[in-house]
Ligand binder design. Structure first.
Ligand code: GH3
Ligand code: MG
Ligand code: MG
Ligand code: MG
Length: 297
């Protein structure tokens, strides 16, 4: 698809000749005679580049550049005469990506536009990669839940929020029962499949605000903001029951199931995140002691 360019110049002769040249170069070109008209056009037409004159009646090109950079992710090139009192520096400070002196050769303009488009494509690719890397850094590769790093980051924030605004906050910690035995019997890869499935079961039981983490090898955590202990237990028991109901076939003809034990806690005033986690862990330990496949508070 052709790249789109919006030309803004109050000098009609220049506007039209640049427009004609860029159309010849097969860009999708539109033009405006002043900054106000350009601002209006941008509401419905979002070009890849805005090429604007600086010296214009009313709103000048620098102000237009600032406005565009604040509101849109559009690159701006400013053009001005040699005698103008505007500098290259002012244009760049306003957020322009490039600057060209009038009169210019069309070939130079075309080259500069091509370079801007190339850099924009590069930046877009880079931002996409950065976003993917950020996601990877907080995601557990096996289950696609958040990882333990994100768990500690998030629980610290939620606990701070609780201490400041006294919002409810509950925590569930889950551990698979006799999982070592499952691995020993069916192999580690089959064990991994169980972990993946448990991740899906947990996700399917959560409400919009809740978040789930693979917090250790076969240990999971769920953070439940705005949630009292009683409600957290309902969520935890739903997870427990759904895990128990899930059927695994580690080998042809073999059907088996697993269970999880849970500990639940609700934060109390003045408590820090380590003590909060410890209380949920202790409750989990009691679930194990008292026979597993249960939730303790
Ligand atoms: P318990 O009911 O007391 O929890 O018994 P358990 O056998 O589950 O004991 P524990 O919680 O200490 O088990 C840890 C086991 O979990 C050891 C290891 O075999 C297994 N495990 C830990 N991480 C992974 C993993 O990433 N993949 C697989 N397949 N197994 C894991
Ligand atoms: Mg002008
Ligand atoms: Mg464990
Ligand atoms: Mg275990």
């Amino acid at each position: 698809m052709a790249h789109a360019i919006l030309i803004v110049d109050d000098d009609i002769a220049i506007k039209e000749s640049v427009e004609e040249f860029l159309a010849l170069m097969t860009y999708d070109v539109k033009s405006a005679e002043n900054a106000f008209q350009a601002v209006n056009m941008l509401k419905t037409f979002q070009p890849d580049i805005v090429l604007t004159d600086i010296m214009m009646q009313g709103m000048d090109g620098l102000e237009l550049t600032r406005l565009i950079r604040e509101q849109y992710a559009i690159d701006v090139m400013v053009m001005t005469g040699y005698s103008a009192e505007y500098s290259y520096e002012e244009a760049i400070n306003a957020g322009a990506s490039d600057f060209i002196f009038k009169p210019f050769r069309f070939e130079e303009l075309d080259l500069r536009i091509k370079r801007m488009l190339r850099e924009a494509a590069f930046k877009k690719e880079r931002d996409k990669l950065l976003e993917e890397m950020k996601q990877l850094a907080i995601t557990d590769g096996l289950t696609n839940l958040f990882n333990s790093r994100q768990f500690f980051h998030q629980i610290k924030q939620e606990v701070e929020r609780f201490q400041r605004y006294s919002r409810n906050l509950s925590l569930l910690i889950l551990d698979l029962d006799f999982f070592k035995k499952y691995n020993d019997t069916w192999g580690h890869l089959e064990g991994d499949k169980v972990l993946m499935r448990i991740g899906m079961i947990i996700s399917s039981c959560l409400r919009r605000m809740d978040s789930a983490y693979r917090y250790g090898g076969e240990e999971f955590a769920v953070l439940l903001p705005e949630t009292e202990l009683r409600e957290a237990c309902l969520v935890g028991n739903r997870i427990r029951e759904n895990v128990q109901k899930a059927v695994f076939t580690p080998e042809n003809g073999v059907q088996t199931s697993v269970t999880v034990s849970l500990g639940a806690a609700q934060i109390v005033q003045g408590e820090d995140f380590t003590s909060f986690i410890k209380r949920a862990d202790k409750a989990l330990y009691l679930s194990k002691e008292n026979g597993r496949n249960r939730l303790t508070v």
